[in-house]
Design a protein around this ligand. Structure first.
Ligand code: PLP
Length: 405
């Protein structure tokens, strides 16, 4: 991998620019990944030459756009190893996919049923279930997180019970990096007959996603964290569940027949895709997947782990820095605070040096409250980062300390 990093960096135009007269050090990939030239070019080509709406045209461009759009669905199907393209629903992103399942599958829940999530979820995998629990008078329960950021396995057994109907959890924490014990949680959920939803927003760039091997019932992710466009995502759902579920949003494409009083609905996957879809989003996502698939995911993971360990070794030598998220099994996401300093001030000093990190609550307010924090500085590492990035980042943190303390 080492030799190819320079070649990978070449493919990301954002890395060729100066930010505040310095080379950009981009350590915010957990928020969104940079986009490779192939993805930018593919979307640009669609807008320049191929623009047409899908599924309803009777002309060359409309047919071609439909072909590319549905080819993208097949690319996604292969990427996640779903049985059928009917199980691949195009959405606006992770958040949209979770809302779809909460609204549609959630309609099957009754008063007293239990929904289980974990303490480390992103707000998008917390609030949708809170709202469902309120609507249906269900009980929302949390699998606990240990001080290391690992999932408490005893809590998995305690919280998932015969009353549990849905277990929705993240495969990788966006703030602590924790890779969660997916197999253990899925196994326990199956024992009690609950369905599982895996939030793979961060996980999808860390480990091979194989919905059959993982055994999950639903899985969601966003394209923009996978080198693809914004506003586009995927919901995988087991076909029998999706077929049984009521429609979510209504509009064009999701119907079969409409009369003045009554509507019948389209088959999967269109039943859940109301209105004109994000066509270039789908096509750009397929290109992003092809880009990502050029590399072995294990090698990418190893590369990122090496950089994370280098950063952690150096950060640990700086007095007054406290790192959150020390799980054995974690993605290259580093969250830290500096004693006596507000995280925003550190972010600002790093930014002045062309270093992009994220500061704040990272959409995980309940977890931060548990750890008695209001925010952290988060540096997240991706395929295009190199050792130089890490050295510059650590030097900038040292400088921030000199300036602020
Ligand atoms: C773990 C996790 N879940 C859900 C989301 C929400 O993703 P989106 O805003 O793309 O819908 C994010 C985004 O940061 C995330 O990291």
């Amino acid at each position: 991998m080492d030799n190819s990093i320079a070649q990978i960096r070449e493919q990301f135009p954002a890395l060729k620019q100066k930010i505040r007269e310095r080379n950009l050090v981009y350590l915010d990939s957990a928020a969104t990944s940079l986009k490779p030239q192939v993805v930018i070019d593919r979307i640009s080509k669609f807008y320049s030459l191929e623009t047409a709406n899908v599924h309803r045209g009777a002309h060359f461009l409309a047919d071609a756009a439909t072909g590319e759009f549905e080819k993208a669905r097949e690319t996604v199907r292969q990427f996640i190893n779903a049985d059928s393209i009917e199980e691949v629903i195009f959405t606006r992103g992770t958040t949209d996919g979770i809302n779809l399942v909460a609204a549609s599958y959630g309609s099957f829940l009754n008063e007293g049923d239990e929904i289980v999530i974990t303490e480390l979820e992103h707000h998008s995998n917390t609030v949708a279930w809170q709202l469902l629990a309120e609507r249906k008078k269900c009980v929302l329960k949390y699998i606990e997180v240990l001080p290391s950021g690992e999932i408490d396995l005893n809590s998995v057994n305690q919280q998932i019970t015969a009353k549990t109907k849905i277990v929705a959890f993240s495969g990788c924490s966006n703030i602590l990096g924790t890779l969660t014990p997916i197999e253990t949680i899925v196994k326990k959920a199956k024992q009690v007959g609950a369905v599982t939803l895996l939030d793979a927003a961060q996980y999808v760039t860390q480990k091979k996603v194989d919905v059959k091997a993982l055994g999950v019932d639903f899985l969601v992710f966003s394209s923009h964290k996978l080198f693809g466009p914004f506003g586009f995502g995927v919901l995988y759902g087991r076909k029998d569940l999706l077929n049984a579920m009521p429609v979510y949003q209504s509009g064009g494409s999701m119907i079969s027949t409409v009369d003045y009083q009554h509507t019948t609905f389209n088959h999967l996957p269109f039943k859940f895709e109301a209105g004109t879809p994000h066509i270039e989003g789908a096509i750009g996502t397929a290109t992003a997947i092809d880009f990502f698939n050029q590399y072995k995911i294990e090698n990418i993971f190893e590369h990122e782990q090496k950089l994370m360990n280098l950063a952690l070794t150096e950060l640990k030598q700086i007095e007054d820095i406290k790192i959150f998220g020390t799980a054995q099994n974690k993605a290259a996401i580093i969250s830290f605070v500096m004693k006596g300093v507000h995280h925003s001030d550190i972010g600002q000093i790093l930014d002045q040096q062309g270093i992009a990190v994220r500061v704040g609550h990272h959409c995980t307010q309940p977890l931060l409250k548990k750890f008695d924090l209001t925010g952290t500085v988060r540096a997240s590492i991706s395929i295009y980062n190199n050792e130089d990035d890490i050295h510059q980042f650590v030097e900038a943190v040292k400088k921030a300390k000199r300036m602020l303390l």
